[in-house]
Write a protein that binds this ligand. Structure first.
Ligand code: 5GP
Ligand code: MG
Ligand code: MG
Length: 180
C-alpha cells in the first residue's frame, strides 16, 4: 500500500540486513568488555537501533534521546534543542550514538559536545545513512551504513510529516506526495 508513494528505492531491506550484520561484527569487536551506553536518537533511529544492538554480542545498555532540529519541515532550521534527555549518567562511559542519517551534522555535533561536556569516556557514532553533500558542520560518523545522494529520503525510521517510518527500506517519495 505504501509502495504506491515511492518513486525509487535507494537501499533495500536485504542490503540493510546484510550491512547491520557487518557493522554488528565491527561493533562487537570494538565494545567487548566496555559495556557501552548505546544511545538512540528518537524517533528516526528506532528501527536501526533495534537491528544493530541485536547484532552486537557484548554487554551493553541502551538509552534514548530526543532532540529537534527539523520540526516538520524538509530543511534544517539550524538549531538543536533537547526534547527528551537521557535517563543515564554518562560520566566515564563509552558511548555509541545511533543515528538514522547525518545531513548538516548539527544534531550529532551537538550531541558529541554534550556527552563530552558530561565527561563521557569516549563517544562514537554509527549512522545508517550519510549525506556527505549536506554537511555544514565538520563531523564524521565512525561507522556508516550507506552513503545517499542529497535527496530527501524516507523509510526504515525516516519520516515525511511523521509518515513512512515503518517502510522496511529507504526510498524517495513521488513528487505528487508533496503536492497533496
Ligand atoms: P542534521 O542535524 O545532520 O542536519 O540532520 C539530522 C536529522 O535531520 C536526521 O536525524 C533526520 O531526522 C533529519 N533528516 C536529515 N536528512 C533527512 C532526509 O533526507 N530525510 C528525512 N526523513 N529526515 C532527514
Ligand atoms: Mg535523526
Ligand atoms: Mg524528521
Amino acid at each position: 500500500m505504501l509502495e504506491k508513494d515511492i518513486e525509487k528505492i535507494l537501499v533495500t531491506k536485504e542490503q540493510i540486513r546484510t550491512r547491520c550484520e557487518e557493522l554488528g561484527k565491527e561493533l562487537t569487536a570494538e565494545y567487548q568488555d566496555k559495556n557501552p551506553l548505546v544511545v538512540g536518537v528518537l524517533k528516526g533511529a528506532v528501527p536501526f537501533m533495534a537491528d544493530i544492538v541485536r547484532e552486537m554480542d557484548c554487554y551493553l545498555e541502551i538509552d534514548f534521546m530526543d532532540v529537534s532540529s527539523y520540526g516538520n519541515a524538509l530543511v534544517s532550521s539550524g538549531e538543536v534543542k533537547i526534547v527528551k534527555d537521557l535517563d543515564t549518567n554518562v560520566e566515564g562511559r563509552d558511548m555509541l550514538i545511533v543515528e538514522d542519517i547525518i545531513d548538516s551534522g548539527r544534531t550529532l555535533a551537538y550531541l558529541v559536545d554534550l556527552f563530552k561536556y558530561r565527561k563521557a569516556k569516549s563517544v562514537k557514532i554509527v549512522t545508517l545513512l550519510d549525506k556527505p553533500e549536506g554537511r555544514v558542520v565538520d563531523i564524521e560518523a565512525d561507522y556508516i551504513g550507506f552513503d545517499v545522494p542529497n535527496e530527501f529520503v524516507v523509510g526504515y525510521g525516516l519520516d515525511y510529516i511523521e509518515q513512512y517510518r515503518n517502510l522496511p527500506y529507504v526510498g524517495v517519495l513521488k513528487p505528487s506526495v508533496y503536492q497533496s
